[in-house]
Design a protein around this ligand. Sequence first.
Ligand code: URA
Length: 268
Amino acid sequence: MSDFQNAVQVVHDALVKLRDEGVELRVSRDTLDALRHPVVRKKIETPSAAAALPVKAKVSSTDKAPKMAAMRERVLVCEKCTHLASTRTQVVFGVGNLDAELMFVGEAPGADEDLQGEPFVGKAGQLLTKIIETMGFQRDEVYIANVLKCRPDMPAGSTGNRKPTSPEMQTCLPYLRQQIEIIQPRAMVALGATAMEGLTGSVEPMNRLRGRWHEFEGIPLMATYHPAYLLRNQSLSEKRKVWEDMLLVLERLGKPISEKQRNYFLQK
Ligand code: URA
């Protein structure tokens, strides 16, 4: 018996006792009978407050700038990876339009980015800018960020880059996730297998990842080769692969695609 039924029973028994003692009750026999057999209504299921909320709370355009600025302040002084905090010139936060429909995600700042404080400004970055413009966007219309906000440290005297480690990427990923939550792009492009690994945990090679849609927290995610790969492999066929991935992105965004754009890097 439920607590409610118990309570009704107690009230019923008390009223019957009073009646039997000769107290004049202003309660009809029908009401007393009804109390003996209370109708327990089924609890009406209402959606909980959390379930009623949209899966992703929309961030209004006016809230985006202060949210991103506050976050930026926190990231610029981050020291979670002490080895990176002590070797970086500066944190490379991210750049672009907070209302961008499209977001590009790379792996980590290189030497140029570490010096200038902006992602993709070196040679690979210049190629990325060309790709963005060939798609029909200006660089400042999209948003560009990296999984890692600090340049991976290198042995003294070395000029090369190293792949970010998995713990480094996992430590930094919450910052990228917050950037994505603020911007809420309609599509994202992961540049290179390492960016894909940082975003999704996938360790598949790019030739298996590219050319099809993946997802990051409900946002369509295209994987393609890193522009640095194209600088090392200048063949038309590799450029065409990246371009085909970008055509898929344009189609997904509903952008018009000219005949000229469709035919870029096709072998003659
Ligand atoms: N490569 C990246 O992945 N990110 C940059 O910002 C620059 C080069």
